[in-house]
Design a protein around this ligand. Structure first.
Ligand SMILES: [Fe+2]
Length: 338
């Protein structure tokens, strides 16, 4: 039996194969030559080129510079740089760019070609070009949809945050202040916008589990009994349960569940240690402790900012995340947080 993989029987088969590809596969092929004096010429165009650029053969013959003329003005510079680099270093030309067709259509195309130096000093490329407009349209649509989804999530988180504070007027504004402090600490730590976004939202609802705690315990104006404290300490877990079905693009459940954990394992509800607590929860823990200690509660007067910071500094690296405590010290010194 003849070998049928990876070879053709004769020259004729080879050329038929190439012809089939050129005519039937939606790929545009171009032979492009750049002379040493800087001038250039397109020496071959496959049928698909005319389709892609929406040009007739006469138009192409009339304007040999059409390849450059149709490039989107914002992409011309990159194209020039890439052609130049490819010619200089004899490295693969690889560029995705936009073209504008005579009918005004904007298309994305992706061209790839290996250069060869010819005897006369010119550089020659066999460039393969495919249209990638659909890919870009899908990407744009996905980006738009992701933005819309994120906006809906943010709206939902804000509503939930308000619901918690409406139910417990004694701690009104607590989550909003913790979110503001956490965000400032996160900025000082140099976190990316995406992580900051999740940190702010998580802090805004970190006490959501209090919705599931009986109101008499939550707003009791005297010190709580041990049993009542145990119920209150369930709120991180209860909060995680409330967010169990929400598939959010940020670790909000973890922030809710871990904001009372401490580095040395002395926190609750799980007694997690340093390496098992996510950074965002460590930041919220510092901001939460600071905010709680510097505000009045129904059963006690505020110990004040100085005492709050003493507690945080004393236990920095033991219970509280050192870098976050340092950042908070600086923010207070700079007056960013009052
Ligand atoms: Fe809490």
């Amino acid at each position: 039996m003849d070998k049928i993989i990876g070879s053709h029987n004769n020259e004729n088969d080879n050329s038929m194969f190439a012809d089939d590809i050129i005519h039937n596969v939606p790929i545009a092929l171009i032979n492009y030559r750049q002379h040493s004096d800087g001038t250039n010429a397109t020496t071959y165009l496959s049928d698909w080129c005319l389709e892609l650029w929406e040009l007739s053969e006469e138009q192409v013959n009339k304007d040999p510079n059409f390849l450059w003329d149709q490039i989107h003005p914002n992409d011309v510079r990159t194209m020039k740089e890439k052609v130049h680099r490819s010619a200089e270093d004899l490295t693969l030309f690889d560029n995705e760019y936009r073209i504008i067709t005579p009918s005004g259509k904007h298309k994305w195309v992706h061209g790839i070609g290996m250069p060869r130096r010819m005897e006369d000093g010119s550089t020659f490329w066999n460039i393969t070009i495919i249209e990638t407009t659909t890919e870009h349209d899908v990407k744009d649509m996905l980006n738009r949809k992701t933005k819309e989804l994120k906006a809906s999530f943010k709206g939902m988180v804000q509503i939930v945050s308000k619901a918690v504070e409406l139910r417990d007027p004694y701690t009104s504004g607590h989550q909003v202040r913790v979110a503001a402090i956490s965000t400032e600490i996160g900025k000082k730590l140099g976190l990316s916008n995406r992580i900051l976004e999740g940190l702010t939202l998580g802090a805004l609802v970190h006490d959501v589990g209090k919705l599931s705690i009986p109101i008499q315990i939550l707003t009791k104006p005297v010190k709580l009994s041990e049993g009542e404290m145990a119920i209150i300490q369930e709120h991180p877990r209860l909060g995680m349960d409330l967010f169990a079905g929400a598939h959010l693009p940020w670790p909000i459940r973890e922030i809710i569940g871990q904001h009372h954990e401490r580095l040395d394992g002395s926190g609750y509800p799980e007694g997690l240690k340093d390496q098992d607590i996510i950074l965002e929860a460590k930041i919220v823990a510092v901001a939460d402790a600071f905010e709680a200690m510097s505000s009045d509660r129904p059963y006690r007067k505020s110990p004040g900012i100085v005492k709050a910071m003493k507690e945080l500094n004393d236990f920095s690296g033991i219970k509280y995340h050192t870098e976050s405590v340092e950042a908070l010290n600086e923010l207070l010194k700079q007056g960013v947080i009052l």
